[in-house]
Write a protein that binds this ligand. Sequence first.
Ligand code: FAD
Length: 385
Amino acid sequence: MECRLLDYSEGESVARLRAELRALVAEHVPEDFLGAFTDDPADLALTERFSRMLGERQLLTMAWPPEYGGAGADLLEQAAFREEMWAAHEPRGAQYMGVNWVGPVIMRHGTEDQKARHLPPIAAGEVIWCQGFSEPNAGSDLPALRTRATRVDGGWSVTGQKVWTSYALMAHWCFLLARTGPAGERRSGITVFLTPMDQPGIEVRPIGTMLGPHHLNEVYFDDVFVPDSEVLGAIGGGWPIVSDVLGFERIGIARYARSEKLLRDAPKRLGPAWAELPASLRERWATALVRARQARLLAYRLIEDERAPSALDAAAYRITVTTLDQEAADVLSEILGNDSVGVTDGRRVFEREVEDNWRYSQSATVASGTLEVNKQTIAKSLEAS
Ligand SMILES: Cc1cc2nc3c(=O)[nH]c(=O)nc-3n(C[C@H](O)[C@H](O)[C@H](O)COP(=O)(O)OP(=O)(O)OC[C@H]3O[C@@H](n4cnc5c(N)ncnc54)[C@H](O)[C@@H]3O)c2cc1C
């Protein structure tokens, strides 16, 4: 069977795309940019402008079908796009959530009306989505969620609490899970509500963490109205949609690309001090680079299946990239701690990048399913096969 992506020859169109994206990043994103969720509101504003510009150029959802705002790009181009964005500290800001999984899941499960209303704003980079899944006693055990939706005239009234909701403070819409079946039910009683975040009854409380003050939040829903037109899929039919979400979400970020870029930059940034590092540390650096390449190849293999990533594949990918992230972050931190070069401007930017990447890598084995839970998914899938 032909396996084009594993041939790993990117071809001219991907090279052109990478050059175009790097030029856009160089022109519009300052060298010291570390993502949208810092203390400086200018960073969020930058990502909003940058996303709209990508939307205008039909780059944001390039592999979507043209009728939904895509440009019919191929899978390698889409992979290269993700890599370039993640390596540049994600100048799309929170957009990748809409692009990576909200859009594809609405494409798969939405009504024609929902597709017509929700997909074009995502493709244009105009809308931020957040994910209302986790609750105080329902994280790994998501089917235990208790946020409840009850029938009212013309729609549903939602009451409950979500936690660890990324981007809730800036989001326009929430992809919200709520219980519509009886209390004792688990998977079968869950429904997806596409909920506007400007509705009365929604309160967002930021949770300060080492990811910064604006990333994670608690979200409280008190008698929040959601019209019937915003129910995604069938009432009580949310769980198969959740499975699709988790599949797309777990393979949707090219985390290896930032690790690889920082690892590759290290000798250049250290200059003559590189040669003075202990050989054992340089060996670990080389091993991390090899692991980054392995992760990239695994990603390319899964991308060929992207329209239906299996739970096993998605979990394997997530474990590979998140543990690589942590290994690379540790090696880079030790490299910086080991050399005695004076602080230059370029060196200071690199230190901030490494430090930021270290903090994010620590949370990566919890977000989108913990390491232990992803391992269990693999074990259960293998047992069942
Ligand atoms: C950076 C970040 C961003 C996030 N963004 C969002 C978001 O946008 N929306 C959202 O809904 N959620 C989000 N989350 C929440 C995330 O999905 C949960 O933290 C995660 O699913 C774990 O749930 P929990 O925190 O309740 O931990 P728990 O489920 O309570 O787990 C605690 C510990 O017990 C272990 N454990 C649990 N069950 C088992 C088991 N069966 N076998 C073995 N070990 C087990 C876990 O591995 C973990 O070590 C985010 C989390 C982080 C860190």
